[in-house]
Design a protein around this ligand. Structure first.
Ligand SMILES: N[C@@H](CCC[C@H](N)C(=O)O)C(=O)O
Length: 448
């Protein structure tokens, strides 16, 4: 688009572009093509811009608002007497043609207001430097078409950031996530508070967390991952989530079976998409030292906390504590014996473990029934997400705990409420491998 072109032919090109836009009954993409032209000529890339296109006496009239200031870009009257907020919302008073010489426009953050009334909205696939969010409103009767858009990248625009974002929903054994391709910028386009709202199963999309593909910060990874739990807290890692993320990135990039190096708060994690669509993840090494899990329960086996007694609701549970980057407390039963997973009331007991004082960073808790040495059944209460259908890091931590307690082999199938995961804690290099599914559920646009 307009970069690198000489200044002198801009008005003509602009006029042609705008006329074409109006002739073709403006689409968002066309509006943005015009914006691209303008951007090369009239504004700093980090500023916020709003573009208004009107047909007046068969002449295209454009107004661009950079910050709180308006710049006239086309001949003729180009002031709008309405606020940009009203324009985007399509409010009643907004439906008349703007008067020339009107009042100053409202603050630009109004562009991003979520309640846009009659506007059509779209979120665009664009490069870093081009407009990301556009809103287009049409007034057939008056012949006015108005486009407003941001010309800045979203991270410099918190207000627009809070407006809309493309997402795909994936699930791994029913552990479901809202995935956002955030590789164009370092900061997630959705805040922890917004993540909590969109994860709500009644008032939002519904999910156990929001996961972002972020740009690689070093050459040793392909991209990075961050995740917000459904309560808005940020864990270090997510096993089912990273399988979903690898599938999401591969689906977007059209890469099929592939190996990924992902930077996480728990270090390098390496998922591979297999020929059959399953995802096998090298989850790295488990952390067993109590303070690093973290737990204040005393070590019982070298530095590790294995079968340490913990009183919860009047019973003494035996806990083994393992970090897979994020903290897990695993129990196979109490001093008086095991349990059947189906008999547990997780919403009652889970939060007590999660917030027990011996877990300073809170904890995920796994309740495990051994079926045989290569096969266990597990239910989970997740930190920050509650009862979920599956937990990948939890399944890995469970097998590590099973080996430490002498209950399972290093290679073990873990049955979760959402289905099975295959786990191997390799003796050769101390790495844990997890294999399981990740499926696209649907995609959409979040209005935040
Ligand atoms: N479901 C995840 C774990 C997500 C993070 C967890 N809730 C935490 O706070 O540590 C998984 O599959 O591992």
């Amino acid at each position: 688009m307009g970069y690198g072109k000489s200044e002198d032919d801009l008005p003509a090109r602009r006029k042609r572009a705008v006329q074409g836009l109006l002739d073709r009954n403006a689409s968002i993409i066309q509006a943005l093509a015009v914006l691209g032209e303008l951007r090369g000529s009239c504004g700093p890339s980090s500023a916020e811009h709003a573009l208004f296109v009107e047909a007046r006496d068969n002449l295209p009239v454009m107004s661009v608002f950079a910050g709180a200031e308006e710049q006239q870009l086309e001949g003729g009257a180009c002031n709008a007497s309405i606020s940009s907020e009203a324009a985007c919302r399509g409010e009643a008073g907004d439906k008349s043609m703007p008067e020339s010489g009107g009042q100053a426009l409202g603050k630009p953050q109004a562009i991003g207001e979520p309640d846009n009334g009659g506007c059509q909205q779209g979120v665009l696939e664009t490069s870093d430097t081009f407009p990301r969010v556009a809103s287009l409103a049409s007034w057939g009767g008056s012949g006015l078409q108005r486009a407003c858009s941001s010309m800045a990248s979203l991270h410099s625009l918190p207000s627009l950031r809070s407006w809309a974002a493309e997402f795909c929903k994936y699930q791994g054994l029913g552990n479901d996530f809202i995935l956002v391709d955030n590789r164009h910028q370092k900061e997630p386009v959705i805040s922890p508070e917004q993540a909590a709202r969109v994860c709500d199963r009644n008032f939002g999309v519904g999910g156990d967390g929001v996961i972002f593909a972020l740009p690689a910060e070093t050459g040793s990874v392909d991209y990075a991952m961050r995740i917000f739990n459904s309560d808005g807290s940020e864990p270090e890692m997510c096993g089912n989530g990273i399988r979903c993320l690898a599938r999401f990135v591969a689906d977007r990039d059209g890469s099929g079976p592939s190996q990924h190096r992902v930077g996480t708060l728990a270090g390098l994690i390496q998922p591979s998409i297999l020929e059959d669509g399953q995802v096998c993840v090298d989850m790295g090494e488990p952390i067993l030292e109590g303070p690093r899990v973290p737990t204040t329960l005393p070590p019982t086996q070298g530095h590790a906390v294995v079968r340490a007694p913990l009183e919860v609701q009047g019973r003494e549970w035996l806990m083994t504590c393992v970090s897979m980057g994020n903290p897990h407390a695993i129990t196979f039963g109490t001093q008086s014996g095991g349990f059947q997973v189906a008999d547990l009331d997780l919403p009652d007991i889970g939060p007590v473990f999660e917030r027990h004082q011996v877990f300073p960073a809170r904890t995920n808790t796994e309740f495990v029934e051994v079926l045989d040495r290569g096969h266990v059944r597990m239910a989970v209460w997740e930190r920050g997400a509650g009862q979920t259908l599956a937990c990948g890091t939890g399944a890995c931590a469970t097998v590590v705990a099973g080996v430490l307690e002498g209950r399972t082999e290093r290679k073990c199938r873990v049955d979760l409420p959402g289905g099975p995961l295959h786990i191997e804690w390799r003796a050769a290099d101390n790495h844990v491998f997890m294999t399981g599914p990740a499926e696209l559920v649907f995609s959409g646009t979040l209005q935040l």
